[in-house]
Design a protein around this ligand. Structure first.
Ligand code: WQD
Length: 338
């Protein structure tokens, strides 16, 4: 079995589905602090079987020991983390305790259980405000906030862990901007509280569920002046996690490198206006919007160089803006209908 921490989260739940459909059964661990238990129903309806779910916190060492004894776990996908940039600025100790402390507790439980195969969901926020048009994994890391710094710290921890024992195989996946939802409309982003991510805000504004979208800044050094990001469909991200898991599950002699850091993005940027136009074109719904000042801490452009993902994982994103917008709209419409 595969232990999937953060298993009811946005990336975690879609990854759980991809694993199940690839014949890799998993046990989901989540404290439900930022995702609803109803995610499990969505997973059951899509996959046809109820997921194995353990409610709990990745910082609970005793619980982790129990899980490794209760289930034949042979690898871990670690997605449990707090990821709201603003919240991290307000509560840095909470973010480091949860994201870094939780990873340390998990690693030590894995060592006690003799399980040394790990995929870690890292983030493109480790790059900070880059000057490069496309970001290779070798780009300098310049985390700008506690959430991003916690991801850099965990990657550095994993570098040392990988060197400590020949059995370790670790992939750290730097996820760019996750968007969209499962095409069934039964699974999607369902964070507690108001989400601030662009495509979800667009869909909610189009549904009249919130005030018009405020476009944060139109004077960035980008083609149309609005912020550019590498949006990646969450289904593509899930496939990327599956590809990395299949790599770490390989047996055979210890490779020289035991910790790989890989960007998961599309390798193409979209500006706020381009995504808004795609949304209106493909969903047929207008997005009421207004101009607003730049948002503190926003980078002008964030686009992945995805060469390593192709070379090391044999993976590349397949879904474009049309699918992202249609799936996000279907999910938001369903949430609205509930
Ligand atoms: C994208 C673009 C905004 C909202 C994300 C998430 C979070 C974090 C890193 C994860 C930017 C513009 C947005 C709005 C807007 N942590 N925007 N109006 O900023 O890249 O950060 O990734 O690891 O996941 O915060 O994504 O969706 O917030 O913004 O104009 O109401 O949309 O200025 O250019 P971002 P985002």
């Amino acid at each position: 079995m595969i232990l999937l921490t953060g298993g009811t989260g946005f990336i975690g739940s879609h990854t759980a589905l991809a694993l199940a459909q690839a014949g890799l059964p998993c046990v989901l661990l989540d404290n439900l602090s930022n995702s609803p238990e109803s995610t499990l129903e969505g997973l059951a309806r899509i996959s046809g079987q109820a997921p194995v779910f353990e409610r709990g916190d990745v910082r609970d060492a005793a619980l982790l020991d129990t899980l490794f004894k209760r289930h034949p776990i042979r690898a871990v996908v670690h997605g449990a983390a707090l990821k709201a940039v603003g919240e991290g600025l307000a509560q840095p100790a909470l973010y480091h305790d949860n994201n870094v402390g939780g990873s340390i507790t998990l690693i030590r439980a894995m060592e006690r259980a003799g399980v040394r195969r790990l995929v870690f969901s890292s983030s493109s926020t480790v790059y900070g405000n880059p000057a490069l048009a496309q970001l290779p994994e070798t780009a300098p890391l310049a985390p700008l906030n506690p959430e991003a710094r916690s991801k850099v710290m965990v990657e550095q921890l994993l570098h040392d862990v990988a060197a400590s024992h020949p059995d370790w195989r670790i992939f750290s996946l730097r996820c760019f901007n996750p968007v969209g939802a499962h095409p069934s409309g039964l699974l999607g982003e369902a964070p507690r509280g108001q989400t601030l991510n662009l495509l979800t805000v667009m869909a909610q504004a189009a549904a009249g569920q919130r005030p018009p979208l405020s476009i944060f800044g139109n004077d960035y050094p980008t083609p149309d002046g609005t912020g550019v990001r590498d949006y990646i469909h969450v289904m593509d991200l899930a496939r990327g996690h599956l590809a990395a898991l299949q790599q770490v599950l390989q047996t055979g002699p210890a490779p020289d490198t035991r910790h790989w850091v890989i960007n998961l993005g599309r390798g193409q940027g979209l500006s706020v206006l381009q995504l808004l136009q795609a949304f209106e074109q493909h969903t047929g719904h207008r997005v009421p919007h207004q101009w607003a000042p730049r948002r503190e801490g926003d980078a002008a452009s964030w686009v992945a160089d995805v060469t390593q993902a192709r070379q090391h994982l044999g993976w590349q994103a397949e879904l474009g803006p049309a699918q992202m917008c249609v799936d996000a709209w279907r999910w938001q419409s369903r949430l609205l209908g509930e």
